[in-house]
Design a protein around this ligand. Structure first.
Ligand SMILES: Cc1ncc(COP(=O)(O)O)c(C=O)c1O
Length: 373
C-alpha cells in the first residue's frame, strides 16, 4: 500500500476561518472595510505593540518600512545574505544597495561583529532578519545602530511568536518590524503581512503610502504623496482574525512538531538540527531546516526523500550567489563562507502544525535511509 506523500507545509484552516471569511464575503465589503482595523488592533494586542498596519505581503511591508525609516537613493544597508530574497530586493526598489555580511553559525542570523565591520560611510541602516523564527541579536545590533547613527528595520516575516532573551516579543521592540502571512507562515492570511511601527506618526505615513498616498481624512481620489496599493483585503483580514484567535494553539502545535523531530533525528551522524533556544531567546517555529552531513549529496537526498513520499527542498540559497545578484553586484563564491556552507547543506523537511508522530517518524526513517546511501 502506498502511503500519502507528506507535504512540506500545510496551512491549518479550521471552521472558525471558514465562518469569518464567509461573513466577510456575505457582508459585500470586500476591501477597505472594518476588518482591516479589527485585524490590526487584534494583532497589536497579541504582540503588545502599539501600532500595526496590515499590508498585502511581507515584501510590501518591507518596502514601506525602509521608506518610513528614511532610506535614500544611493544608501548602503547592511543585511544578511542568508534570507528569502525579499529582504534584499526591497532595498533595490528604493535604489539602495544591500551590503551583505556573514552569519552566526549557531543562530544562522546576521553576525553583529560582521555587521559592524560592514558599516561604511554610505551606510544608513541595518536590516536584520529573524531567520527560521530564531531571534536575531537585536541588543547588539541596536548598540551598533546607536553608535553609528543607523536606522533599523527588522524582517520578522518568519518569526511570529519568537521572544528575545530580554523579554521583548520579536517585532515589538522600538524598531519598524515586518511580519509575513504567506500560507506556510505561523499565521496566514493567504497573501499578506503586517508592519509594526514605533510611533503613531509612522503608522499614519505607512497607512497613507499603503493606500496610494491618501491620508485618512482625505476624500476618495485625493492623494498628497506617492503611494502604492499595498492594502490587505477584507477576506484576508477575516482569515487573519480567525487565525489570531487560535495563534497560541497554532504556535504550540508547531513547537510540538519540532520537539518530535528533535527526538526522532539525533541518531544521524553529522546531521545538524536547528539550534535549540539559548540564553532566554525563544524561537517562533516556522520551518524545520536541517543541515546535511558534510559530503552528503543533497540533490540525491531530496530525490530519495521524494521517492519515499517525503517532500523537501534546499532552503535557503545564499542571496549574493543568485544570478541576478552576481550579475548586478559582481558577487562571487567565498565572500561569506559560513552562509555559503550552510546554504549548500540546508534542507527543509515537512513541517506544519498538524504533523503527527507517525509522519515525523516516516520522515526520520526516510532521511536515515537516503543518507545511508
Ligand atoms: C525572511 C522573509 N522576508 C520576506 C518575506 C516576504 O514575504 P511575502 O512572501 O509575504 O512577500 C518572506 C516570506 O516568505 C520571508 O521569509
Amino acid at each position: 500500500m502506498t502511503q500519502e506523500p507528506i507535504p512540506l507545509a500545510r496551512p491549518d484552516i479550521g471552521v472558525r476561518e471558514e465562518e469569518l471569511v464567509f461573513d466577510a464575503v456575505s457582508s459585500e465589503r470586500l476591501a477597505l472595510g472594518p476588518r482591516m482595523a479589527q485585524f490590526e488592533t487584534a494583532l497589536a494586542a497579541w504582540l503588545e505593540a502599539g501600532h500595526v498596519s496590515a499590508v498585502s505581503s511581507g515584501t510590501a511591508g518591507l518596502h514601506l518600512a525602509i521608506r518610513a525609516a528614511g532610506v535614500e537613493r544611493g544608501d548602503d544597508v547592511v543585511t544578511t545574505p542568508f534570507s528569502f530574497v525579499a529582504s534584499a530586493n526591497c532595498l533595490l526598489y528604493e535604489d539602495a544597495t544591500p551590503v551583505f555580511c556573514d552569519i552566526d553559525r549557531r543562530s544562522l542570523n546576521i553576525d553583529p561583529e560582521a555587521a559592524a565591520a560592514a558599516v561604511g560611510d554610505k551606510t544608513s541602516g541595518l536590516l536584520p532578519v529573524h531567520i527560521f523564527g530564531y531571534p536575531a541579536d537585536m541588543p547588539a545590533l541596536e548598540r551598533l545602530a546607536q553608535q553609528r547613527g543607523l536606522w533599523i528595520v527588522e524582517d520578522a516575516c518568519e518569526a511570529l511568536g519568537a521572544v528575545h532573551a530580554d523579554g521583548a516579543v520579536v517585532g515589538a521592540r522600538d524598531n519598524l518590524s515586518v511580519f509575513g502571512f504567506y500560507p506556510n507562515k505561523q499565521l496566514t492570511t493567504g497573501e499578506g503581512g503586517a508592519l509594526v511601527s514605533p510611533s503613531p506618526e509612522l503608522k499614519e505615513r505607512i497607512d497613507s503610502e499603503r493606500n496610494q498616498g491618501r491620508a485618512p481624512d482625505m476624500g476618495w481620489l485625493d492623494h498628497d504623496r506617492l503611494g502604492f496599493n499595498y492594502r490587505l483585503d477584507e477576506l484576508s483580514c477575516a482569515l487573519g482574525l480567525a487565525q489570531l484567535e487560535r495563534l497560541d494553539e497554532l504556535l504550540e502545535a508547531r513547537a510540538r512538531a519540532a520537539a518530535l523531530y528533535a527526538q526522532a533525528l539525533p541518531g544521524i551522524e553529522g546531521l545538524e538540527l536547528p539550534c535549540p533556544d539559548e540564553g532566554g531567546d525563544v524561537r517562533g517555529w516556522f520551518v524545520f531546516v536541517v543541515q546535511l552531513p558534510r559530503g552528503a549529496d543533497r540533490d540525491a537526498a531530496i530525490v530519495g526523500l521524494r521517492e519515499r513520499g517525503v517532500q523537501s527542498k534546499p532552503y535557503l540559497p545564499a542571496i549574493h550567489l543568485m544570478s541576478f545578484y552576481r550579475e548586478r553586484f559582481g558577487h562571487r563564491p567565498g565572500e561569506f563562507p559560513v552562509c555559503e556552507d550552510v546554504a549548500a547543506r540546508s534542507v527543509a523537511l515537512p513541517f506544519f502544525p498538524a504533523m503527527t508522530e507517525g509522519q515525523v517518524a516516516r520522515v526520520a526513517e526516510a532521511l536515515t535511509q537516503v543518507l545511508r546511501g
